[in-house]
Design a binder for this molecule. Structure first.
Ligand SMILES: Cc1cc2nc3c(=O)[nH]c(=O)nc-3n(C[C@H](O)[C@H](O)[C@H](O)COP(=O)(O)OP(=O)(O)OC[C@H]3O[C@@H](n4cnc5c(N)ncnc54)[C@H](O)[C@@H]3O)c2cc1C
Length: 381
């Protein structure tokens, strides 16, 4: 076998968020990988801005299957991956007012149908767990409770992936901008701000920029839609222990809040279309979060401790896109992780790696419990 030339890799992965890092980790078990990130630090964009939860309620069958197939890894990561637990049980309640009972019942039936542990609870039962909720039927009438919803240590998961990639002998570059991408002689040739690189396969894990990377490589874009979501933190009520509160949101998707390290993280659950960018919170998003949380509870948010926004990037059918592009040789899609990219990362990365290595991918899909055709890029072609 000829020795690879300098700057040559089996796979070059563009995008140092959870998507790029997780698939790089899986592939680096047997291949020489380069993971490229444009920013000064990995996980600077969406991955570093998530709500850090594992929830099955309200997700479709494919996302539930990918999440559940990830739980083994999250509960019991490979040896040496991390010293800290990646999951901590918090539970989650989705509420409805009296006019939304039908939607709540459908969400409950769907969850049960997918095998999620869930139960219907009354407003009075919810108020035993979160005493500050409003229990008028036109505000909160009932809820679905998912006791096994979890908080995810995203930093622990992400750093475990990066450490693992390096320990397996593969490479990671930050502060690397791609100036040109060309295909010739069975290779992608990348000119970056620092290096000339080549690889037979280019993995597009560029999150909100996935379509831009495709265009630069001459591939047809998928039509991804980045959507901005706003987050705030605020103090818990004085002298109230919130550590056992579950996460709570509503079925119409106008707010949620999560206890975290003595304060509350809140969101208006917004989905504002945005171009790919360094998303920033705006006044309307913050004010809507405050208003909607106050409308559903007796919490008074007099001071915002911090605020941020991130882009959740969806393919038109809101499922991830994983696999080789049929029209562009050696171009592999791994983007569209929407609002579920952390909780699905381990299983999606294993599936992505199997597809990229052209190994028994249908067996992996079967093991994960998904219909592979629903995630392949061919569905848009
Ligand atoms: C507010 C919010 C709450 C969320 N809550 C949850 C949750 O509770 N649970 C959950 O599972 N998921 C959640 N998500 C979703 C999750 O965070 C995303 O699905 C996931 O982080 C997407 O990861 P990614 O790697 O695809 O994108 P990113 O993390 O954005 O990574 C893509 C990277 O590609 C880089 N890049 C782009 N173009 C180039 C280029 N040309 N050259 C080099 N690098 C490039 C970017 O700089 C970026 O760092 C949430 C998201 C948000 C915004």
């Amino acid at each position: 076998m000829s020795k690879p030339t300098a700057g040559e890799y089996d796979f070059i992965i563009i995008g140092g968020g959870i998507a790029g890092a997780s698939i790089a980790f899986e592939l680096s078990l047997s291949k020489n990988i380069l993971l490229i990130e444009r920013e000064d630090a990995f996980a600077y964009h969406t991955t570093g801005r998530s709500a850090a939860t594992y929830i099955e309620l309200l997700h479709n069958r494919t996302i539930v299957a990918l999440s559940r197939a990830s739980k083994g890894f999250l509960n019991n990561p490979p040896s040496g991956f991390t010293d800290i637990p990646l999951l901590k049980r918090c539970g989650c309640i989705i509420t409805a007012n009296i006019t939304e009972q039908h939607s709540l019942e459908s969400a409950f039936q769907q969850a049960i149908g997918y095998g999620t542990e869930a139960k219907m609870i009354s407003a009075q039962e919810i108020s035993k767990r979160i005493p500050f909720i409003r229990t008028e039927p036109e505000v909160i009438f009932a809820g679905v409770y998912e006791p096994q919803a979890q908080h995810i240590d995203v930093d622990g998961l992400f750093q475990g992936y990066i450490k693992g990639i390096r320990a397996r002998g593969s490479h990671t570059h930050t502060r690397t901008s791609i100036l040109e991408i060309k295909r010739s002689d069975g290779y992608w040739h990348l000119q970056t701000s620092k290096h000339s690189l080549r690889s037979p396969v280019l993995i597009n894990a560029a999150g909100a920029w996935a379509d831009s990377v495709a265009e630069a490589a001459g591939a047809t874009p998928i039509g991804y839609e980045p959507k901005k979501r706003t987050m705030i933190t605020f103090d818990a009520p004085a002298n109230v222990d919130i550590s056992a509160w579950p996460m709570m949101g509503n079925i119409s998707g106008s707010f949620y809040f999560i206890p975290e390290a003595g304060q509350l993280i809140g969101s208006p659950a917004d989905e504002t279309p945005s171009p790919p960018c360094d998303a920033q919170p705006d006044e309307l998003g913050v004010a809507t979060a405050v208003y909607n949380i106050e409308q559903h509870t007796h919490l008074q948010i007099s001071k915002i401790n911090s605020k941020w926004a991130g882009l959740r990037t969806f393919a038109p059918d809101r499922l991830p896109v994983v696999g080789f592009d049929a029209g562009t040789e050696g171009f592999f899609w791994f983007a569209g992780q929407g609002g579920f990219g952390i909780q699905t990362a381990p299983a999606l990365a294993k599936l992505g790696a199997a597809l990229a290595l052209e190994r028994k991918e249908t067996e992996v899909a079967k093991a994960v419990g998904i219909d592979l055709t629903l995630v392949l890029p061919d569905r848009f072609r």
